[in-house]
Design a protein around this ligand. Structure first.
Ligand code: ATP
Ligand code: MG
Length: 453
């Protein structure tokens, strides 16, 4: 079970204590308040995964709170709700469910009952988020597989990808980090006749050299110490489909030679095996290095280079196609407001000017991160220059980050933004808050959340 945030509201202190302790022991972050009004104030400032609320309270009933929540909060920001009712008033419980509550608990109940219900509610919430995310991903597919841009370079790229998709030729995609190499590789596969077959990605830089060979070509039982079972290689798994060899420039010379043989013979030899296996796989390789130069320097095999670059696709850096920036900004604003449930009507001219002027060493990925941060930090439907914070290439997400989930990504970005704003503001909170265009209260909340001193 992942850690969730839970808001507990009940006018009886004793109940709050017992339930709060149990939920914290499950590893959750719990905020417990006795007053409905206070709960509403907190919810206006931040979101929770789950709200557990008593119905009968002096200021407002739980039902009233649930009703307002439904009316005033975007769906994506709404927590799951579990209502507690003391007096067997089943009607109010039913009413709560009609208003979208996930479940109710009739007092008195055992702590364990709450834990079970909470677990189910959080699972439900997770599925809801995932579902929404998948829907937004699917929308992207209809739109050139998410490749956005009006520049000649991008329009030509899209045309080229369509053509390449119809062949089974080997493709070499080059470009700086974050220019969309992986996006291009996926677009080719998704438009090819083999799209129902697997697309298997191997990040050559992420796998230790000693393991990469068996990862690619497989091994038989006993091939080396520790090989207690055989293993299929990625080439075999991709049979009939596409293998995407990312960061090909980091491959060792010995492995380069083996890969060259596979490309020539179209067969692989698992480690420790006497037999070769025929494979029918399209190869797409990608690199942000200058392979031609590596060839002259003797660190990349010339033959392999020519085998790979049957069809070369070069994606220019964003700073050389700045006319793509407005469309990309619009695309990412839409994407991230959908995910965060915020409403953004406009990006101000000043902000666009700043986005246009910057050099984007991290290219489209850096632009996307910048917009995601702006959407998260926005307190009004207008994104102004105050919300635009470029971190520069040096603050690129650590290499493990893309595999983290959205929440972790957002948390990383928030934390990094806070840290930098504080640094720039000379450690003065008021300055930092102004730099980011958020209230000091919001800043304090984030500082507490990430335990930043
Ligand atoms: N033209 C584009 N339109 C929309 N999104 C894009 C475009 N180009 C890149 N992106 C987005 O930017 C991010 C980075 O792209 P991608 O992972 O394909 O880059 P890359 O070239 O493989 O980078 P790296 O070399 O660091 O692996 C992705 O989220 C991708 O969807
Ligand atoms: Mg990549």
């Amino acid at each position: 079970m992942t850690r969730a945030s839970i808001l507990l509201v009940d006018d009886e202190e004793g109940i709050l204590k017992t339930l709060g302790r149990a939920l914290r022991e499950e590893g959750h972050e719990v905020v417990a308040v006795t007053r409905a009004r206070e709960a509403e104030r907190i919810m206006a400032a931040r979101s929770f995964d789950l709200l557990v609320v008593d119905n009968r309270m002096p200021e407002r009933t739980g039902l009233e709170m649930i009703r307002d929540l439904g009316a005033g909060t975007p769906e994506t920001e709404r927590p799951e709700v579990v209502m507690m009712t003391a007096h067997a008033t089943i009607e109010s419980a039913i009413e709560a469910m009609k208003l979208g509550a996930f479940d109710y608990l009739q007092k008195p109940f055992e702590v364990d009952e709450l834990l079970v219900v909470a677990r189910r509610a959080l699972e439900h919430q997770r599925l809801r988020t995932q579902h929404r995310y998948l829907l937004s991903e699917r929308d992207e597919e209809f739109n050139h597989y998410g490749i956005v841009g009006r520049s000649r370079a991008i329009q030509e790229l899209i045309r080229k990808l369509e053509l390449v998709a119809q062949s089974k030729s080997t493709v070499l995609v080059t470009g700086e980090t974050g220019t969309g190499k992986e996006l291009a590789a996926r677009a080719i596969h998704d438009r090819s006749a083999q799209r129902q077959m697997p697309l298997i990605k191997v990040n050559c830089a992420a796998i230790p050299e000693t393991l990469l060979e068996s990862e690619l070509f497989g091994h038989v039982k006993g091939a080396f110490t520790g090989a207690i079972t055989g293993k299929k290689g990625k080439f075999v798994l991709a049979d009939g489909g596409t293998i995407f060899l990312d960061e090909i420039g980091t491959m060792s010379p010995a492995l380069q030679a083996k890969l060259l043989r596979v490309l020539q013979e179209r067969e692989v030899e698992p480690l420790g095996s006497e037999q070769t296996l025929q494979v029918d796989v399209r190869v797409i390789a990608a690199t942000n290095r200058d392979l031609r130069r590596m060839v002259t320097e003797g660190t990349f095999q010339e033959d392999l280079f020519y085998r790979l670059s049957v069809i070369p696709i070069q994606i220019p850096p964003l700073r050389e196609r700045r006319e793509d920036i407005p469309a990309l900004v619009e695309h990412f604003v839409r994407k991230h407001q959908q995910r965060t449930g915020k409403r953004i009507d406009q990006v101000s001219d000043d902000a666009l000017v700043a986005l246009h002027a910057y050099d984007w060493p991290g290219n489209v990925r850096e632009l996307e991160n910048t917009i995601e941060r702006a959407v998260v930090l926005a307190t009004t439907p207008l994104i102004g220059p105050g919300q635009i914070q470029m971190l520069g290439a040096s603050a690129q997400a650590p290499s493990g980050l893309p595999s983290l989930n959205l929440r972790q990504n957002v948390e990383w970005a928030e934390k990094e933004t806070m840290r930098r704003a504080l640094e720039r503001g000379g450690g003065v909170k008021k300055e930092a808050a102004e730099l980011m265009g958020i209230s000091q209260r919001a800043l304090s909340y984030y500082l507490a959340k990430y335990r930043i001193e």
